[in-house]
Design a protein around this ligand. Structure first.
Ligand SMILES: NC(=O)C1=CN([C@@H]2O[C@H](COP(=O)(O)OP(=O)(O)OC[C@H]3O[C@@H](n4cnc5c(N)ncnc54)[C@H](O)[C@@H]3O)[C@@H](O)[C@H]2O)C=CC1
Ligand SMILES: CC(=O)C(=O)O
Ligand SMILES: [Mg+2]
Length: 372
């Protein structure tokens, strides 16, 4: 199969969909790999690295979109990229369609087959292609929040770990999944007083058993959120209902109950965000203020550390990439129900139930898509 990897064009996105090691494995399995000139530079990979791995270097993105049977990326295709996507082509990348009707419309119109990293599942109920980036974003969240808490950056002027005689920052983490756990570990490691909330009691038990008293946990109810908000210096939004738009856990009215200069870090922004006042921001202009509360809402946080993120993502995507390229998407998805869960769009139809529900669009059955 011809596998193409264009340079990411979302602002300040320096990750790349294929590492040279992944390119090497794909080439050694007999696939033709085409990488856009300079695609890996932001992550520290040169064109020579890809050429040595057996890839062909293309001068323009247009060549790749025109030629490749499978396009491998990191971020959702931007408007200009979507125009080049065509029927019969396979797109393998993050999509986050639930909060994005415009992108969804374009993908449907393209007729292409689109597999979203974030809805691929595993046998333990996890999301193996979201997990590595959730680990990165979770570990970054307290770091970004701590920066926003500094007075010169608009924050309350509170130090995460405090100092002898002065208490630490109070950090609340909404959602104790992958992002939430990694955020809590790092915030606690910085010395903050951390509480994690989740709707899943088994998850809370697991956190308690694993982390002991490193951080506290609470069952997530409206009352618990309201109570903890008033004390928080930083609130990290890390909830997810796979495929669906994020539930809104903090309303605008509740901002007035918070301490002025407190920080909301909405990692769940790529699914629409879990604070009513969240809107996506970029690494270039990451923070804005509503009613005196700082909002950090960057939808591609791992793009800030592209070297680590590209390597982590590449490790997770490689087996799926090889299955898709080796067997074709139909056979690969028919044989693996977890990869099948990643199929979001095929030939003008939505094939993921949560995405169809979130966008109020008709759902095509997977069986029909696989049989067609
Ligand atoms: N902004 C960015 O750059 C990035 C964003 N993300 C996003 O972060 C979000 C979280 O991802 P993961 O941690 O991997 O998901 P996960 O599935 O591991 O964890 C989500 C947790 O939220 C909990 N939850 C659901 N509804 C809740 C509620 N109402 N109250 C409290 N807890 C609730 C679930 O029980 C689960 O434990 C996703 O939207 C993901 O796309 C992930 C990576 C990068
Ligand atoms: C998960 C995701 O959207 C990202 O890493 O940018
Ligand atoms: Mg994202």
């Amino acid at each position: 199969m011809k596998i193409g990897c264009p340079t990411e064009i979302k602002p300040q996105e320096y990750r790349v969909g294929l590492t040279p090691n992944a390119a090497r494995e794909a080439a050694s399995h007999g696939h033709e790999v085409i990488v856009q000139q300079g695609a890996g530079l932001g992550a520290g990979f040169s064109d020579e690295d890809y050429a040595a791995a057996g890839a062909r270097i293309a001068t323009t993105a247009e060549e790749i979109w025109a030629e490749a049977e499978m396009i491998v990326k990191v971020k959702e295709p931007q408007a200009g990229e979507r125009k080049q996507l065509k029927r019969g082509q396979l797109l393998f990348t993050y999509l986050h369609l639930a909060p994005d009707p415009e992108q969804t419309r374009d993908l449907l119109e393209s007729g292409a087959t689109c597999i979203a990293y974030e809805t691929v599942t595993d046998a333990r109920g996890g999301l193996p292609l979201l997990a590595p980036m959730s680990e990165v974003a979770g570990r970054l969240a307290p770091q970004m929040g701590a920066w926003s808490l500094q007075k010169a950056n608009g924050g309350r002027g509170v130090l995460m770990g405090g100092v002898p005689g002065v208490g630490p920052a109070n950090v609340v983490v909404l959602g104790g999944g992958v992002v939430g756990t990694h955020a809590a570990r790092i915030a606690a490691g910085m010395g903050a007083d951390v509480t994690v909330l989740d709707r899943s009691l088994p998850r809370l038990r697991q956190l308690d058993e694993t982390f002991g008293s490193l951080f506290k946990n609470r069952y997530s109810t409206e009352g618990a959120v309201a109570e903890l908000l008033a004390e928080a210096d930083m609130v990290i939004g890390a909830v997810l209902i796979p495929g669906a738009a994020a539930p809104k856990l903090v309303s605008r009215a509740q901002l007035s109950t918070m301490k002025p200069g407190a920080v909301l870090v909405d990692v769940a922004i790529d699914q629409g965000g879990c604070f009513e006042t969240s809107k996506p921001t970029t690494h270039q202009d990451p923070v804005y203020t509503v009613d005196g509360i700082q909002h950090y809402c960057v939808a591609n946080m791992p793009g800030a550390v592209p070297r680590s993120s590209t390597l982590a993502l590449g490790n997770a995507t490689l087996p799926f990439l090889l299955a898709l390229a080796g067997k074709g998407w139909r056979v690969a998805c028919a044989e693996d129900p977890h990869l099948q869960a990643g199929l979001n769009v095929h030939d003008g139809q939505i094939t993921n139930a949560a995405v169809a529900r979130a966008l109020n669009l008709p759902l095509e059955s997977i069986e029909k898509a696989l049989a067609a």
